[in-house]
Design a binder for this molecule. Structure first.
Ligand SMILES: NC(=O)c1ccc[n+]([C@@H]2O[C@H](COP(=O)([O-])OP(=O)(O)OC[C@H]3O[C@@H](n4cnc5c(N)ncnc54)[C@H](OP(=O)(O)O)[C@@H]3O)[C@@H](O)[C@H]2O)c1
Length: 306
């Protein structure tokens, strides 16, 4: 069975590729140089030559709050092109199975938490990542339309909560919360700094899952794609405040200083906790709690920065 994995050089893609279930498939993971998803022609040729039975779509322009605020037009345009090009070309070329990756950013900013799948398009989006969210919603809707037009197409969207783990991006301009906390606390510890700054008041809440667990959910979904709902949340079912993350990660890293709060910085949505009843009902649960996931991530960070 041939699986085309897009985004195979990214954090999520690399975790999917090295997951134990990947050995049951022939996983094709072209780099951007081999397959640029903003180029329709390249996609068509690639699909024609390689004829994958499945596509796992894990490519995209991804970034934290700073990057999204600085460049909303790029987040909109590139993700819209990548998603629409790949999914529509796959339909034209007769690919029957697609796992499209969505994001909890696609849910309305004032939706009641935990966020249920049916809340999609039920309210305004969070302005700090609106461009990214609109592009991701377009890809999800496209999967739905194409499935409705031809029900032999098993096109589903997984909606992960925030992710962290092995292969995370530690570049301060692009990093997500857990990676940026690890870098800040590690540097404070080795440089004997007594205080670390937190953006905002630390009260907003986030749900984070270890990326290897998400990779497991992807393979779980792929093996039973015909029975999967067209859109399904994947998360751990609990969230913590930003301040909680700083405190918990400090304990794991051994940072003993204190924190200051910079109230002038943007904070994003107040809460983004996914309702995970549907995926749990299908028998899937994550295996890493926050402590175990952060310990493994920090070891990987230290290995990469030796
Ligand atoms: N990370 C999270 O917390 C999170 C949470 C929810 C959902 N997701 C979703 O998961 C997916 C992957 O996220 P990630 O964290 O793994 O991001 P990432 O580490 O930044 O990886 C993105 C991947 O997409 C590739 N890519 C970008 N533009 C491309 C293009 N034009 N053509 C071909 N490939 C292109 C990148 O290739 P290069 O290496 O060449 O740049 C890279 O392999 C995204 O759809 C994202 O929305 C992520």
């Amino acid at each position: 069975m041939r699986v085309l994995l897009t985004g195979g050089t990214g954090m999520v893609g690399r975790n999917i590729k090295e997951h134990q279930k990947a050995i049951n498939y022939c996983v094709l993971a072209p780099s951007r140089q081999e397959l640029d998803l903003t180029n329709r022609e390249q996609i068509r040729n690639y699909l024609r030559i390689n004829s994958p039975e499945y596509i796992i779509h894990a490519a995209g322009l991804v970034g934290g709050i700073h990057a999204n605020i600085a460049n909303p037009s790029r987040f909109l345009i590139e993700n819209l092109e990548i998603g629409c090009n790949l999914i529509s070309e796959a339909a034209t070329m007769g690919v029957k199975n697609i796992i499209n990756l969505g994001s909890s950013c696609m849910y309305p900013k004032n939706g009641p938490n935990p966020l249920k799948e049916e809340y999609l398009l039920n309210g305004f989006l969070e302005p700090t990542n609106e461009g990214y969210a609109i592009a991701k919603i377009a890809a999800q809707r496209l999967c739905d339309y194409l499935r409705i037009e031809d029900d032999s197409r098993n096109y589903i969207t997984l909606m992960p909560c925030n992710l962290y783990g092995k292969y995370d991006n530690y570049n301060p301009k692009r990093s997500h919360l857990i990676a940026s906390i690890i870098v800040k606390l590690h540097e404070a510890k080795v440089n004997n700094k007594k205080t670390v700054e937190i953006w905002g008041d630390g009260k907003v809440r986030r749900e984070f899952m270890y990326a290897k667990d998400f990779a497991d959910a992807v393979w779980f979904s792929l093996t039973r794609i015909k029975e999967m709902p067209h859109m399904i949340n994947i998360g751990i079912g609990e969230d913590y405040s930003i301040f909680d993350y700083y405190k918990k990660i400090s304990m794991i890293l051994g940072f003993e200083g204190s924190f200051t709060f910079n109230l002038s910085k943007p904070i994003g949505m107040k809460q983004k906790l996914l309702d995970v009843k549907k995926i749990n009902h299908l028998g899937w649960f994550p295996r890493h709690n926050l402590e175990l996931g952060v310990k493994k991530t920090y070891s990987h960070y230290l290995e990469c920065n030796r």
